[in-house]
Design a protein around this ligand. Structure first.
Ligand SMILES: Nc1ncnc2c1ncn2[C@@H]1O[C@H](COP(=O)(O)OP(=O)(O)O)[C@@H](O)[C@H]1O
Ligand SMILES: [Mg+2]
Length: 277
């Protein structure tokens, strides 16, 4: 495996509160190489999004961060604002839970996709358009031309999420951060988007930091997993090792609740079949 493209060491994120500082992320360390999927899993409020925002240097003003983040061998703290803007997009792509927060509602998909390519890749307008078309084709759009002419609100949620993935991947970043990329989608579309991420990982050799609260998603897609709780990584390792023989009580509880849900759903399906005429 190649050297880690992303390396995080002793990341701590604190907020100043009335009763002093509150550490929302504590001593988080992780590595991600190209071509692998690392899942960051944990319940809501465990510090997953703050960890990803630290990597992108997009933390809220009030947050104070310590520790070290290296991207492609560069300490991001040493980069100017302008240099950091180039890192975002060109070296690290981002996909968020709700694509509408990242897509501009008043611009066509063509404008949004080509602008990044012109800016980060130095492409001409024509080259950018061709690259955008290819990416949309890669994420499964049968008619990229049509999508390019549309505005975000004219697309379904699943289509918007695929446009986001296409836009991020067109820039061929070393790694992609996907923060709950399927949480807002229907179950069937969720599965499609996850399959797409796994497929694109192998095709472009991108590394993916997949943030999720769903341990089922981890089992299906990730190579390695880091389990977060209360701002800390409590357990990490290969998916097989961690899910196969969890060493931490919290991981066991996450697994148990997932299995309970699975069982309930199977039961419901079985009941529905029995009830069917
Ligand atoms: N702007 C903020 N000000 C104060 N505390 C915050 C802020 N943003 C997040 N936090 C705290 O950090 C915790 C972790 O947040 P977050 O990383 O968004 O969790 P997750 O993505 O795992 O759901 C939250 O539970 C919250 O207490
Ligand atoms: Mg979050």
């Amino acid at each position: 495996m190649s050297a880690p493209f992303l390396s995080v060491r002793d990341l701590t994120v604190a907020f100043h509160g009335r009763q002093g500082d509150v550490e929302a992320v504590r001593n988080v360390s992780l590595d991600l190489a190209r071509g692998e999927i690392l899942a960051l899993v944990g319940e809501s409020g465990s510090g997953k999004s703050l960890t990803s925002l630290s990597i992108l240097r997009l933390l809220p003003e009030a947050a104070r961060m310590t520790g070290r983040v290296e991207i492609d061998g560069q300490d991001i703290a040493s980069l100017s604002r302008r240099q950091m803007e180039d890192v975002r997009g060109a070296k690290i792509g981002m996909i968020f839970q709700e694509p509408m927060t990242s897509l501009n509602p008043v611009l066509t998909i063509e404008r949004q996709m080509t602008e990044g390519l012109i800016r980060h890749k130095g492409a001409s307008r024509r080259e950018a358009l061709e690259m955008a078309r290819i990416s949309l084709d890669d994420v499964g759009f049968a008619e990229p031309e049509r999508v390019l002419r549309q505005y975000p609100h004219q697309l379904s949620g699943g289509m918007r999420q695929r446009v986001m993935i296409a836009a991020a991947l067109a820039l061929q970043p070393g790694i992609l951060i996907a923060d709950e990329p399927t949480t807002a989608l229907d179950v069937t579309v969720q599965a499609q988007v996850l399959d797409l991420l796994v497929d694109l990982k192998s095709r472009y050799d991108s590394g993916i930091l997949l943030i999720t609260h769903d341990i089922g998603v981890v089992a299906e897609t990730a190579d390695r997993v880091a389990v977060m709780r209360g701002g800390e990584i409590v357990e990490t390792g290969s998916v097989d090792a961690v899910l196969g023989a969890p060493s931490h009580d919290y991981t066991r509880a996450l697994l148990a609740s997932h299995l309970t849900v699975e069982k309930a759903m199977h039961q419901r399906d079985a009941d529905a079949r029995r009830m069917a005429p």
